[in-house]
Write a protein that binds this ligand. Structure first.
Ligand code: ADP
Length: 267
């Protein structure tokens, strides 16, 4: 899974990353989905352990272009986990109250507590993406945010949070198809926003912003993974594998049971 991980200092050029997945896609959808079921079971068990042990905190950050598949990834990768210990936090256009504060204020409040797993559907990275592309703040302001974000995430990591960040990489052609499907299929109409077409026109500017984000904010303590996301099954499979591997590396244990349980008799 290291192939997908951005190493600190890497200078990312996204046109070198195949959104179809290349060789790994050869395992095929059928075998991939079979593997996915096993990973779902493992993630379910690991999340129960995380919740039971209640020591570690896990933060998963998802970023993508419109139609990139954040919602689908959340539905499939976390299929079967216990909603008691897992939460999704979605970041939209800031409210007036959020706007009145620094950009990390609303984010910090949503970070996971002990035993919890939180999925960020969009994140503080919007503040170096949409904010940059639309020049919502001057360059002098957004350009210092990379370092601020690295420091913020380092603090979270030092305080016991495991951070995994995923950029779901799709091609402009794939986006076109997915937008078209939202127009053509009545049950998908609600997802269509004409605003997405304006953003699509700025594809190149977004890619530049994503490349800088990936190059400047993939750290030892909070790495980015670039996930080929044109194929939904492959996207889900790779994300699941990376999350399962990371959780298995945490060496979690169930809390010690009370002493003498073997002598307890329930009458
Ligand atoms: P999604 O596309 O994630 O399903 P929405 O359609 O509600 O959800 O889009 C959320 C919108 O909020 C996106 O257009 C995103 O760029 C915007 N947004 C998120 N954070 C910020 C921010 N800090 N500043 C400006 N816009 C933001």
């Amino acid at each position: 899974m290291d192939t997908y991980r951005v190493q600190p200092g890497d200078k990312i050029k996204l046109n070198k990353w195949d959104p179809d997945g290349g060789e790994v896609a050869e395992i095929g959808k059928k075998a991939g989905n079979k593997e996915m079921l096993k990973l779902n079971d493992r993630l379910e068990a690991l999340q129960e352990l995380l919740y039971a042990e209640s020591k570690q905190k896990v933060l998963i950050v998802l970023q993508a272009m419109d139609t990139g598949g954040k919602d689908g990834a959340i539905r499939h990768v976390f299929d079967g986990v216990n909603p008691q210990g897992v939460r999704v936090a979605s970041f939209k256009v800031p409210t007036p109250e959020e706007q009145a504060h620094d950009y990390l204020w609303r984010v910090h409040k949503q970070t996971p507590g002990s035993g919890e797993m939180v999925i960020f559907n969009r994140s503080h990275y919007e503040d170096v993406l949409v904010v940059r592309v639309h020049e919502l703040v001057p360059k002098a302001v957004w350009s210092r945010r990379y370092e601020q974000i690295n420091n913020f995430e380092r603090m979270l990591a030092e305080e016991g949070t495991t951070i995994l960040k995923f950029y779901l990489h799709i091609s402009p052609d794939e986006q076109k198809e997915r937008l078209q499907a939202r127009l053509d299929e009545p049950h998908k109409n609600w997802k269509f926003s004409t605003g997405d077409l304006a953003e699509r026109k700025r594809w190149a500017e977004y890619m530049q912003a994503y490349e800088d984000m990936l190059s400047k904010t993939s750290t030892k303590w909070a790495p980015w993974y670039i996930i080929p996301a044109n194929r939904k099954w492959l996207r889900n499979l790779l994300m699941s594998q990376i999350i399962v591997d990371a959780l298995e590396g945490l060496d979690m244990k169930y809390p010690e049971p009370e002493e003498g349980l073997d002598k307890v008799v329930i009458e």
